[in-house]
Structure formats: C-alpha cells, structure tokens
Write a protein that binds this ligand. Structure first.
Ligand code: NAD
Length: 375
C-alpha cells in the first residue's frame, strides 16, 4: 500500500493556516503518496477543495486520519486529535514541544513518531525547511504593518503645500528573522529605522537594510546561532542605552526571544513612562511573555498614552502566503524520505535526528526531556 498522507482542518482558535497547499499536494502525489484531506481544510487559507486535484476528501477529522501513515499539521494536536491518529503514525508540525507534558504523554501512548519543526537545526542545508524562519518573516512583516496602521504619524517624510512632515522614528528590538523583516517593511514605508540585537552578526544585517544599529556595548551570542540570556550587569548596560532610544521613538517593535525560555523583558514600566505621548509598541514576543513589562498577550493596552499591542499568531493574518511557505517547508523536509510511495527515513541524518521529538513510545529529544521529563 502506498503511503497515506493526511490533513485535517486546523481547529486551534484563530488559526487560518493549512499544512498542505495545492502545489505541495501535487508534488507529494508525484512521489507516489496517497493524499487524504478533511473537506474544506484549506478554505481558511482560501484554497478550495477543487484546487486539490490529487486529493481524496473525507467528511471529518476521524475519517481523514483513519488510515494515515503521515499526518501534516500547523498547530499541535489536541488530546482528542491524538486519539484519532492511528497507532504508529508519523506526525509533523509546529508542535510547541516544550509546552505540554500531557500532549507528549498522549503522543507516546499512541507510539506516534512526532517531528517538531521548532527543533529543526538552524544549519544551511535545512534553510528550505525552516518553518520558524518562513513564519517569522510573516510575523515581522505584519508587525511593520500594524505599527504603520496604528501610528498617529506618517511613516515617510512628506513634503506638502502645508509644510514638510518629518518621517516617523521606528526602533526594532531583536533583529532575527522577524526583526529584519520588520525593519525592511518599515524602511519600505519610509520610516527612519534604528535597530538593536545582542548578537554580533546582527549589526551588519541591520545596516545592510539601511537601518542604524543601536550599540549598547552588550554582546551575547549563545549556541546554535541564538542569543543567550543576559547577566544582571549586561541587562543594566542595555537598559541605560536603550532607554534613550525608546524615549525618542514613535514606534517600538520588539521581537527578542531566547529559544525554549520566556522572552526577555527589555522595555520596563519606567521606560514606557518616558516614551512620547501617542507612541506605539508592537510586542511580537507577546506569545512567550512579552518584551515589554506591560504587554498583555492578545490585547491592546494603553499606559501613559502609549499604545501597547501584544498580537498573537501573526502569520495567521496572512494565511495564503504563510501556508504556501509553511507547506513548502514540510515538503522540503519530507520529500527526501519518500521513495516510490514509501516513507524511508534515515534516522542518522542530522536534520531528522535534531527534529524528532517522540519515537517508539518515548520522548527522544534531549532538551525537551531535560525540561519536561520522559512523559
Ligand atoms: P529568535 O526568534 O530566537 O530571536 C529573535 C532575536 O532576538 C534574535 O536575533 C536574538 O539575538 C534576539 N535577542 C535575544 N535576546 C535579546 C535581548 N536581550 N536584546 C535584544 N535582542 C535579543 O531568533 P531567530 O530569528 O529565529 O534567529 C536566530 C538566529 O538563527 C539568527 O542568527 C539567524 O540568522 C539564525 N538563523 C539561521 C538559519 C539557518 O542557517 N538555517 C535560519 C534562520 C535563522
């Protein structure tokens, strides 16, 4: 029997993306896979059932998953969804691996082999599979748009008959994939952009986009190309220099993150108190606790006439392109292991070994095991 690849509609609140788009369905089918999909599973991303020529449709999730060998998802499955998976199936998605011991236990109880794309090694060969990057780019772009739409000022310089308008000042804190996209978006809209990151490589990347690097003298490269947590002295040095830049900004976009940890608190209540009246903070780190002390995840709060936005699931605001990129990441990860309609995974491959979360009824990822135990 050829490999059956299955997809159900994403049921998490506010989730509009899908893990299989018509283009990747065609490509999986060309590799010999059978495709089974819940009706209307692509509709929230504006892909119609009729766009998926190679797919058999099922009326609901249980029927879609019933004979699945390989299940594609965007978000982690609920416990009920895990229960609907055939024992021993392979699951791949953004599974929030550090979030729930209960979910891990449920996956292990059903002997699901689970790949969590958040764990994908950030190496050159894996760039085309890197869902954190593709979705981060969507998030950064959306942050720039939210900021421009909510700002009480023009982003570009404007020369009008009534006089000249100065461009808005934007500060981007955290210049990883999302932060760099936020910088590029705000630059395209004509704002004056400054940016800051603790990784040494970020300076050159910020400047290559035409933004000014804010130098706090703090450098904190960690392992795997990521930042590490700052020491108390480093935090104080960073705060001293950033307070001035934050006070001068009309818009602050913050995207700073440390993998597997709460987002660092960089913008304190006191710093908000020194900001311009009417200024805006778009805190992309809201999902993992927020870079601003006053951020409420999913809310818009006003403090000292500063508008603090903590938007959640930003890629889902542009589900068509976010899904296209995400679905291609999945195809690029899986396609080397599908031959003649069969899934033959090389467990020694560096990318596979780094991304696998559970296998044969056990949690196998070392960092997840250290934090959540064996589950
Ligand atoms: P991330 O989402 O984990 O963090 C966002 C940014 O916040 C990072 O740039 C980080 O340095 C920064 N940050 C953390 N603490 C901070 C603090 N206290 N103050 C200011 N900034 C702080 O990062 P990401 O966007 O996923 O990317 C992280 C790294 O991985 C980058 O170096 C990126 O170039 C690299 N990367 C490599 C590949 C690849 O080769 N496959 C793909 C994507 C990203």
């Amino acid at each position: 029997m050829p490999l059956t690849l299955a997809l159900a509609r994403e049921r998490a609140e506010g989730e509009c993306r899908t893990a299989l788009v018509p283009e990747t369905a065609k490509k999986f089918s060309a590799l010999g896979a059978r495709l089974r999909m819940e009706q209307s599973a692509g509709a929230q991303s504006h892909f119609l059932d009729t766009d998926y020529a190679e797919v058999d449709f099922a009326p609901g999730l249980p029927e879609a998953y019933a004979s699945a060998d390989l299940i594609l998802r965007v978000t982690p499955p609920s416990l009920d969804e895990v229960a609907a998976m055939p024992e021993g199936a392979v699951l791949i998605g953004l599974l929030k691996p550090f979030e729930s011991r209960e979910r891990l236990a449920a996956l292990n109880a059903r002997k699901i082999t689970a790949f969590a794309l958040e764990l994908l090694p950030r190496i050159s060969r894996a760039q085309s599979m890197d869902a954190l990057s593709s979705q981060g780019a969507c998030s950064g772009y959306q942050c720039g748009l939210i900021a421009a739409a909510r700002c009480t000022k023009f982003f570009p310089m404007l020369t009008t008959a009534a006089g000249t308008i100065r461009p808005a000042r934007v500060l981007v804190i955290g210049a990883g994939v999302a932060g760099l996209q936020a910088i590029a978006t705000c630059k395209r809209l004509g704002a004056m952009v400054e940016a800051y990151d603790v990784r040494a490589a970020a300076k050159e990347q910020i400047e290559s986009l035409g933004a000014k690097f804010v130098d706090t003298g703090v450098s904190a490269d960690g392992s795997g190309g990521y930042a590490r947590e700052l020491t108390a002295e480093e935090k104080a040095a960073q705060a001293e220099r950033l307070t001035k830049a934050i006070a001068a900004a009309d818009v602050v976009i913050s995207t700073a993150a440390i993998p597997g940890k709460r987002a660092p608190v960089i913008i304190t209540r006191d710093m908000v108190g020194r900001m311009k009246y009417g200024a805006i903070i778009v805190d992309m780190a809201a999902e993992s606790g927020g870079n601003c002390e006053l951020t409420q995840p999913g809310e818009h709060v006003i403090a000292n006439d500063v508008n603090i936005h903590g938007p959640l699931n930003l890629p889902s605001r542009m589900p068509t392109h976010a899904s296209e990129l995400y679905a291609k990441n999945l195809y690029n990860f899986l396609s080397p292991w599908i031959k003649d309609g069969e899934l033959r995974i090389d467990w020694d491959d560096e990318v596979v070994a780094g991304t696998v979360l559970c296998r044969d009824g056990a949690t196998v990822h070392t960092a997840v095991r250290q934090i959540l135990g064996d589950a």
